[in-house]
Unconditional design. Structure first.
Length: 483
């Protein structure tokens, strides 16, 4: 059976954004996919406003390092100052996390923020320096739909990535291969498409790439190895920019990026013929990201049944999607960080340099139980009693959580929901059609709880109560975990 127009539009909104929003969910029956895609492009065209949480930190960092030089005679004072800066940085990263999540939920620029989330995982970076993280996020958001060449270059020259991958220590006669290896393995070609010699030679080319006290890119020419290198069969006195050009000349780079995008936006099961076609066009366009996404989102095959409602939502997609359909004011921002931590995806804290693996890794028995309870916790019908998994790097201040604290954060509901706005979505729907209509809006899957069984659990005291209980119950099903 062919998918309805509404289902196709919701499919596009879930994959190219974070799901339908209460304000416009009722319109999805009428608009075509072509019109909706044009709207997604238009609303994401503007340059994003910077999310700024650490404007003072760069001055603090600069001053702090100068002071450290003057205070060598007092190591205790140095230690205390460093500790304070780390604590401030952790606090700022929490704010950056919450503000970016709000942007994903509320921003009109759904496509840009969804693409930014993809690149945030692709260029995974885990450092406790809020200024560096803030600047890298802006690079990603500004270039998310632009040209991959520009994005790669700017990320590679960011203080965040150079620091995370130790290129500040990459010097002539003492090369550090970490940065060169990850640029090849994770950012461009993928493992198995270069040799160890290529990594060693590329590392020599990246010698001298670093950043100054203000976190800006700096080429330190006296630390650069200016001798001849051979990378992927090309020989010359290469520097880092030359190596990036050589990597971008490889068709394998276009293929690797396209395959990863296909997995993320279309289906975990890759259709090699489609990836080959998309990658060829991506390479020919000179790495135009927007054109690649247009090739995907405007194709007929994107809307085929096998691609609809088959992807497990990441924790961030799940949280943002719930909040878009149920507009809410959060009572406690800590709850959002707690949900992310317990479900296994904290923004700015990827598990390692490869980012979040995605797919089935999002679900285990404890995270599935919590996923099914989140709508109830948000709407005051449940208290969370599952502790987040320990992670040394995060326990240092990101989310120090005891069972008592978890209950405090989630007690009595964590949000005020605008149910009048949610009810408005269904105001034209007759009572007997209400449940099928709500189900079609909330779920992307063909299978769902039998209507007559579901009715038994719904509150029929009023139309609004019926809508409210239907949405919360449907969001608490395994089917809602898929988009």
């Amino acid at each position: 059976m062919a998918a309805s127009n509404r289902l196709k539009n919701q499919h596009l909104l879930w994959r190219a954004g974070f799901g339908p929003m209460a304000e416009n969910a009722a319109e999805l029956d009428k608009v075509s996919q072509k019109e909706l895609w044009a709207l997604l492009l238009k609303t994401s065209a503007k340059k994003p406003e910077k999310i700024e949480v650490a404007q003072g930190l760069v001055d603090g960092l600069y001053k702090g390092i100068k002071d450290v030089a003057q205070m060598q005679q007092n190591p205790e004072q140095v230690k205390e100052q460093r500790k304070q800066m780390r604590e401030q940085s952790r606090e700022d990263i929490k704010n950056l996390n919450i503000r970016w999540l709000e942007e994903m939920i509320d921003s009109e620029a759904q496509l840009r923020e969804k693409m930014s989330l993809f690149w945030h995982g692709h260029f995974a970076c885990r450092i406790i320096n809020s200024y560096f993280q803030q600047e890298l996020l802006q690079v990603v958001r500004e270039n998310a739909l632009g040209n991959f060449k520009d994005l790669l270059r700017e990320v590679s020259k960011s203080g965040a990535m150079l620091s995370f991958l130790n290129n500040q220590q990459n010097k002539k006669k003492h090369p550090n291969e970490n940065f060169a290896r990850e640029v090849m393995e994770l950012f461009t070609m993928g493992r198995g498409n270069y040799t160890e010699t290529d990594v060693k030679e590329a590392a020599r080319a990246f010698t001298g790439w670093g950043f100054n006290l203000k976190g800006e890119f700096e080429f330190r020419k006296f630390q650069h190895d200016d001798d001849s290198k051979t990378v992927l069969g090309k020989t010359g006195r290469f520097d880092g920019d030359d190596v990036l050009d050589i990597l971008l000349e490889q068709k394998q780079t276009a293929k690797y990026i396209t395959k990863k995008i296909y997995r993320y936006f279309v289906n975990d099961q890759v259709d090699d013929a489609k990836v080959e076609w998309l990658a060829g066009r991506f390479y020919q366009s000179g790495y135009d990201i927007k054109k690649l996404m247009e090739d995907i989102f405007t194709s007929d095959w994107f809307y085929e049944e096998k691609n609809v409602g088959t992807k497990i939502k990441s924790p961030v997609e799940l949280l943002a999607g719930i909040r878009r359909l149920m507009p809410m004011e959060m009572e406690n921002d800590q709850a959002q960080l707690l949900f992310q931590k317990t479900l296994g995806q904290i923004l700015f804290y990827p598990p390692n340099v490869a980012g979040w693996p995605g797919g089935r890794s999002w679900i285990d028995s404890s995270s599935l139980m919590l996923r099914l309870r989140i709508p109830q916790i948000l709407t005051a019908n449940d208290i969370m009693d599952i502790l987040p998994k320990a992670d040394d790097d995060l326990q240092g201040g990101m989310m120090e959580m005891t069972a008592k604290k978890v209950r405090e954060v989630t007690k009595g509901g964590t949000a005020k929901i605008d149910w009048a706005l949610v009810s408005k979505v269904f105001e034209q729907v007759p009572r007997e059609q209400l449940l099928p209509n709500i189900t079609a809006t909330v779920l992307q899957t063909k299978s769902h709880v039998n209507d007559s069984l579901l009715e038994k659990y719904l509150n029929s005291a009023s139309r609004e109560n019926f809508i409210k209980s239907a949405i919360v119950n449907l969001m608490s099903t395994p089917e809602y975990q898929l988009c």
